[in-house]
Design a protein around this ligand. Structure first.
Ligand SMILES: Nc1ncnc2c1ncn2[C@@H]1O[C@H](COP(=O)(O)OP(=O)(O)O)[C@@H](O)[C@H]1O
Ligand SMILES: [Mg+2]
Length: 324
């Protein structure tokens, strides 16, 4: 650890400057990672984001308050400590590999910078609803030991359309202060095709502003965008992402794994997992999850500690007939 970083840590402590502390801490962690001191880096990371309390309450964690719009009325984002992990997700092997690769790369940004190799810092997650885009973004934050910033697109593009670009600027300034994983979720609300008649004028300027701002973004945060409607996105927008990860509906095998995973910590008896996995074919992961949540609720309401086949049968048709 360099003397400069130590001084920054001490100064941040003295000034009670949570952001500066966090910044210096992350720099040290990244340096240790670059030196392949992996377990030390992981321990430090855990300490830095171990809980949700602010630093001066005796714990080590610091999540600065996200910005609001100009009127101070709406939070433009929600910052939180990620709780969901990659291991809670059932994803195709190529996606797991891609997400692991990205996490690994983020840990090695300092080395990439030193070698003048461009970072992959702006990624697009695309695919049908309920297949894990939002969850994977949060899990990536957990993996990296970073706080998760969920951008509220509805607040960013709200009423005063002229303010939208300034709101984006506020978000990016915020993301510049500390290393977050930032998710522009339901991104199509912002980036709808520039050819779309209804969205002309102001929206066109917004998309251009977003492209320019993120083009220049070289801050400490990883920027993710997610969309259910990749077809609606402008081609110019697509090309500007450093990587596009496609999420797909689960195979029957993946549905089986998901049902098994979610039943692991639930007392159950006689449930034919293969049967339900086949029946759920064509539906997203979220449908399989809802089936079990509904069945557990049903079991609980009939005062049973154990989920049984009749609990699943009772909720099955309503889950299947819903729009997903
Ligand atoms: N690949 C997956 N593996 C396990 N659970 C999933 C997966 N995808 C979605 N889910 C579950 O479905 C719900 C909705 O997922 P979400 O990440 O919001 O999907 P999306 O952002 O793609 O619409 C979450 O509660 C999540 O736990
Ligand atoms: Mg989502």
């Amino acid at each position: 650890m360099a003397g400069r970083q130590l001084k920054e840590l001490f100064k941040a402590f003295h000034d009670r400057d949570e952001l500066a502390f966090r910044r210096a801490g992350m720099e040290i962690i990244e340096e240790e990672q670059a030196k392949h001191h992996n377990s030390l880096a992981r321990d430090l990371q855990k300490l830095l984001v171990a809980s949700g309390d602010p630093i001066d309450s005796g714990s080590t964690v610091i999540v600065p308050t996200p910005p609001k719009d100009r009127e101070g009325e709406w939070d433009l984002g929600e910052a939180r400590h990620p709780e969901r992990l990659l291991e809670d997700l059932v994803l195709a092997p190529r996606l797991v590999e891609a997400l692991d690769g990205i996490a690994d790369e983020v840990r090695h940004w300092p080395e990439l910078d030193a070698a003048s190799i461009p970072r992959r810092q702006r990624l697009l997650f695309e695919g049908p609803p309920g297949c894990g885009k939002t969850t994977a973004a949060e899990a990536l934050a957990a993996e990296l030991g970073r706080p998760f910033l969920l951008v509220r697109i509805d607040a960013v593009v709200s009423s005063y359309l002229g303010e939208t670009a300034s709101n984006l600027r506020r978000i990016l300034d915020y993301a510049n202060q500390a290393p977050f994983v930032v998710l522009f979720d339901e991104f199509d609300a912002l980036g709808r095709s520039r050819d779309d008649q209804a969205e002309h004028g102001e929206m066109k300027r917004v998309v251009t502003a977003f492209l320019q701002m993120t083009d220049r973004y070289r801050g400490p945060s990883l920027l993710l965008a997610a969309t259910n409607h990749s077809g609606l996105l402008d081609h110019a927008l697509w090309r500007r992402f450093d990587e596009v990860l496609t999420f797909r509906k689960p195979t029957v095998h993946e549905l089986r794994r998901l049902l098994r995973l979610r039943l692991k910590r639930v007392r159950h008896s006689g449930i034919d997992i293969d049967h339900y996995a086949s029946n759920l074919k064509g539906l997203p992961h979220s449908a399989a999850e809802k089936l079990l949540v509904d069945a557990r609720r049903h079991a609980l309401l009939r005062r049973s500690q154990t989920v049984e086949p009749n609990d699943i049968e009772a909720v099955f048709s309503s889950v299947m007939s819903r729009r997903w």
